[in-house]
Design a protein around this ligand. Structure first.
Ligand SMILES: *[C@@H]1O[C@H](CO)[C@@H](O)[C@H](O)[C@H]1NC(C)=O
Ligand SMILES: *[C@@H]1O[C@H](CO)[C@@H](O)[C@H](O)[C@H]1NC(C)=O
Length: 601
């Protein structure tokens, strides 16, 4: 007190006055530009609550009643879309672009009209307005895709393709007599006479989507809206092991999952009609569809990427999205790019300083892009994403805590991590808004209970808070198409979906995934090895693009270097860019045999 008074009453030298004015101005601008912190909707130290049978539920719920829907007038995907039409005031809905051109938009009403015309066209061609009527879709993400069902496993009589070359693939199967049930192929893009002739020879009718919509318009039938229990989509999932299985998801499943996101974000950063999502993850994957459900429910817009991952930043700069659903592989790439940009010790020092300063704000719940650090250090990378992203959701694979923490600071956006699988409508746990910590997959979503069960042969016991993650709630699917055996393996008699992932409850009620039940092999010397863990170590080495570790419990070790990347196109990666382990092992069968043969010599 004494010192302060002396200081105030001593006449100040001019330079000190300027310094004080400068500090005052800086503080003034700081207060002016300082954005509000996100206030977590629940106590972050207590994110889930124990309930019957050792299960845990979201702390966002008042009691044990699980959330099935968020809006009374949006309980099916049809109603979700109609709600979007209403709350957006028939705003723009779907966007697409041709190379190097701006995005073009079609409105909610236009989408609804085209969907109704197309539906009427299907009926005119003999389809029934019923959930038992399957329609296959073989296409990249684009505005025409509304009800994707991939592959021919379902004895489809009608398949919609985007490009004529996909129709050609289907016709090849017809010519081999593999798809006797196929009667009609519809393409979104124009096809040539040769393709038409091939179709005629196989007894298949080849139609242009535009013509089918016109036919539907001429023979219009009023829509028969689905009920929440009706089948919405059959999602073919191979996971990383085994044959494709058709997971059957109802409207209720998908709406429950999307509604949980709305519930979790309602008090903080819930999507609004002005939001724009960039859609580049395949719609055949539930993650993307649930995000779109959230977007449509809110009357917001979806802009489709051109479908080439190399053009994604170009698309993002043209679209300037605010919502970015993505996978760790892509976020890792952004991280690597920023880090390798800090090529000199000075640059590295500044980057680290900027990150530390911004992360100090993130810890207080502040995510922003207008601090002094953003202007000088992070603006460039924010601009490559269009400069307006405010919400990133990552899922489909675990993200490293380092990368997550760094990007939360650098990008100045909320980054949420979801964990789950197709069979639970994409996610079952999710980062709570305002939680800036990493190393866990968040709390149970309000639509489901989570519990752990013992996995005795791997030494995981619920008495230690560890075990296989099981899910129960309105988001859990009905089963696999025509596969009661696999269905019974996935869902037990009490309705719990067994995920195959090993989880651990953390003291603050969040879940951490620590292992996987499958993908484990025993070395000849008796040790257990999880190949994915080893891969995650090797892949950090710069010359290594991808690693695949294969093990046979009876033999030992060597290495083979392959010049070609595993990709979705060559069938060795899942659409979410995870290795299909069984397929990769089959593909490299001869190389693996050679390696083993060499060792035995
Ligand atoms: C910062 O992010 C907001 C969205 O949260 C966006 O509207 C704004 O344009 C961004 N500002 C800059 C300078 O990029
Ligand atoms: C939750 O617990 C984990 C493990 O103790 C910790 O790393 C994390 O920071 C915690 N998060 C919060 C928000 O308390």
């Amino acid at each position: 007190m004494c010192c302060l008074l002396t200081f105030l009453f001593t006449p100040l030298p001019t330079s000190a006055i300027f310094t004080l004015i400068a500090i005052g101005l800086t503080a003034f601008f700081y207060v002016l530009t300082k954005p509000k912190a996100v206030h977590p909707p629940i106590d972050l130290k207590r994110q889930s609550i124990g309930t019957q049978g050792g299960a845990r539920r979201s702390a966002l719920l008042k009691d044990d009643t699980l959330l099935s829907y968020y809006y009374e007038d949006a309980k099916t995907l049809y109603e979700v879309f109609m709600r979007g039409l209403r709350v957006s005031g028939n705003g723009d809905c779907l966007g697409y672009r041709k190379p190097n051109q701006p995005y073009q938009w079609i409105t909610y009403r236009q989408v609804a009209d085209r969907a109704e015309n197309l539906g009427s066209g299907f009926i005119k061609k003999g389809c029934k307005a019923s959930p038992e009527q399957y329609i296959g879709i073989f296409s990249q993400n684009r505005p025409e895709v509304k009800q994707p069902i991939r592959r021919e496993k379902t004895d489809l009589s009608l398949v919609v393709c985007d490009k004529p070359d996909k129709a050609s693939v289907l016709l090849c199967n017809c010519e081999k007599g593999l798809t006797p049930g196929l009667k009609i192929i519809v393409t979104m893009e124009e096809f040539g006479d040769d393709l038409k002739e091939r179709a005629v020879k196989c007894g298949v009718e080849l139609l242009l989507m535009k013509d089918l919509e016109y036919l539907g318009k001429e023979n219009f039938k009023k829509p028969v809206p689905p009920s929440p229990e009706d089948l919405s989509v059959i999602c073919f999932t191979s996971g990383t092991t085994g044959d494709p299985k058709g997971a059957m998801l109802t409207h209720k499943n998908i709406v429950a999952d999307a509604s949980s996101f709305l519930k979790a974000t309602e008090s903080t950063i819930a999507p609004v009609a002005s939001d724009i999502e960039i859609s580049y993850l395949p719609m055949a994957h539930l993650f993307e569809r649930v995000v779109q459900t959230v977007v449509f429910c809110s009357g917001a817009k979806v802009g489709f990427s051109q479908g080439d991952i190399r053009l994604l930043t170009d698309d993002m700069q043209a679209l300037r999205p605010t919502v970015f659903p993505t996978v760790p592989r892509l976020l890792n790439r952004i991280y690597d790019k920023i880090q390798s940009g800090a090529s000199t010790p000075t640059k590295k020092f500044l980057l680290d300083l900027a990150t530390t300063c911004k992360f100090a704000e993130v810890k207080k719940g502040i995510n922003r892009n207008d601090s002094v650090w953003d202007k000088f250090i992070f603006k460039k990378v924010q601009d490559t994403m269009g400069g307006r992203v405010r919400l990133i959701v990552t899922g489909a694979a675990p993200i490293s805590p380092n990368v997550l923490t760094f990007l939360r600071a650098a990008l100045g956006t909320q980054i949420f991590e979801g964990y789950g699988q197709t069979e639970c409508g994409a996610a079952c746990s999710f980062t709570t808004p305002g939680d800036w910590t990493a190393g866990h997959v968040g709390a149970p979503l309000p639509c489901n209970l989570l519990k752990l069960v013992d996995v005795v042969d791997m030494n995981y016991f619920t008495s230690n808070g560890e075990g296989e993650v099981c899910i129960k709630g309105p988001n859990v699917f009905g089963g696999y198409l025509k596969d009661p055996e696999k269905t019974a393996e996935a869902i037990d008699e009490e309705g719990w979906l067994h995920t195959g992932d090993i989880g651990k409850w953390l003291p603050n009620g969040t879940l951490k995934i620590i292992d996987r039940k499958k993908n484990i092999f025993k070395l000849a010397q008796g040790e257990y090895i999880a190949p994915e863990k080893i891969e995650n170590v090797y892949v950090h080495s710069a010359p290594v693009a991808q690693v695949f570790v294969h093990g046979d419990s009876l033999r030992v070790k060597d290495i083979y270097v392959h010049p070609e990347m595993l990709s979705v196109e060559n069938g060795l990666l899942t659409p979410t860019l995870k290795a299909k382990r069984a397929e990769v092992a089959k593909y490299f069968h001869s190389q693996i045999d050679d390696l083993y043969a060499k060792i035995q010599d």
